[in-house]
Design a protein around this ligand. Structure first.
Ligand code: C5P
Length: 314
């Protein structure tokens, strides 16, 4: 291949617009250890992607700068300036690739905002993937992981998707080959819980002797690898942040009890909340459970989701 044709090949890789779908994450196991010297908490977690997606579209623009627009759920409350994690991800990728950041990002949000489903981290992961494709930047897995970890603890997993064990502050990942599909009803609420506030509440409760670090992820990892039924999985769900979330927003407890009364196999706070996940036995059960939860009221919105699903780079 001569220089001219290799140049043509390189420009052919750069597209005018790229669209990437990215799933939300849940933590079927979320073990929280002590606060570290850097302020982060040691985590021993299992992440799983579920079928609630945001879509990011990136396209070139003539003028330099990053422009961001948002549509869909929570569009009005998300920052559209440089504070937005997706815009920061685009800027990081431009710096890494040595290209001028002249790009328009559009986020179509279907992942409930500020719910403990890592919507912001998912958007950042998708922005890294989409911008590298738009600008034809060759980047290896290790470098992509490093950029993602710099944006947030959940961003590396959001790049990968599927099922993975997370350690460190959540950014060190080990892939898990999960054999089954599990069905969830996702109930969002109007209560707001900030992630740092919830971690502080975990620390406070621990000082009072409440709660301990659930560091052993192996039982649930083996269950995912074996493809156990939902009834078995229901007994293995762990969230060390759940007591803290309920302590901060006691109304969460009545939502959780309501779902169990309607037949959910388990009620599980998603991450630091306030979204609650209800485990169903299969898809048919999840549809019926969602209908009953909508009639019961008490949630802001009810969604159906299955997991695991592949991540944005798949
Ligand atoms: O990593 P990320 O920016 O998403 O974290 C948001 C906040 O959540 C951190 O500033 C920290 O207060 C808290 N956090 C923590 N331990 C972790 C992850 C997050 O204390 N492992």
């Amino acid at each position: 291949m001569n220089e001219q044709s290799s140049g043509q090949a390189a420009s052919a890789v750069r597209s005018a617009a790229v669209t990437v779908d990215v799933p939300a994450k849940i933590n079927p196991h979320l073990g929280v250890g002590d606060a570290r010297a850097d302020g982060y908490h040691a985590l021993s977690t299992v992440y799983q992607s579920i079928s609630l997606y945001d879509t990011i579209t990136v396209e070139r623009r003539e003028e330099p700068g990053i422009e961001l627009s948002v549509s869909g759920e929570g569009a009005g409350i998300l920052p559209t300036c440089d504070e937005n994690l997706a815009a920061r991800a685009a800027k990081l990728m431009a710096i890494y690739g040595g290209v001028e950041p002249a790009v328009r990002l559009h986020l179509n949000k279907r992942i409930p905002v500020a719910g403990g489903l890592a919507g912001g981290s998912a958007d950042a992961a998708a922005a890294l993937v989409a911008c590298s494709r738009l600008w034809g930047i060759e980047i290896g897995d290790a470098e992509l992981h490093r950029l993602a970890a710099g944006l947030g603890s959940d961003v590396p997993f959001c790049l990968k998707g599927g099922t993975a064990v997370g350690s460190g502050r959540g950014e060190e990942l080990r892939h898990v080959d999960s054999l089954g599909t599990w069905h969830w009803v996702v109930a969002t609420t109007d209560m707001q819980i900030s992630t740092p506030e919830c971690f502080k509440e975990v620390d406070r409760l621990r000082e009072d002797g409440i709660g301990r670090f659930s560091s052993d992820v192996e039982p649930i990892v083996q269950a995912f690898e074996a493809g156990v039924g939902a009834e078995e999985l229901a007994h293995l769900l762990v969230n060390d942040m759940e007591a803290a979330a309920v302590s901060l927003r006691p109304q969460l407890a009545s939502l959780m009890h309501g779902g169990l009364a309607e037949g959910a196999l388990a009620a599980h706070v998603s991450g630091s909340g306030p979204t609650v996940l209800f485990l169903a036995s299969d898809m048919k059960h999840s549809v019926a459970l969602a209908r009953r939860l909508r009639m019961r009221g008490g949630a802001r919105s009810i969604h159906l989701a299955r997991g695991p699903v592949p991540g944005p780079a798949a």
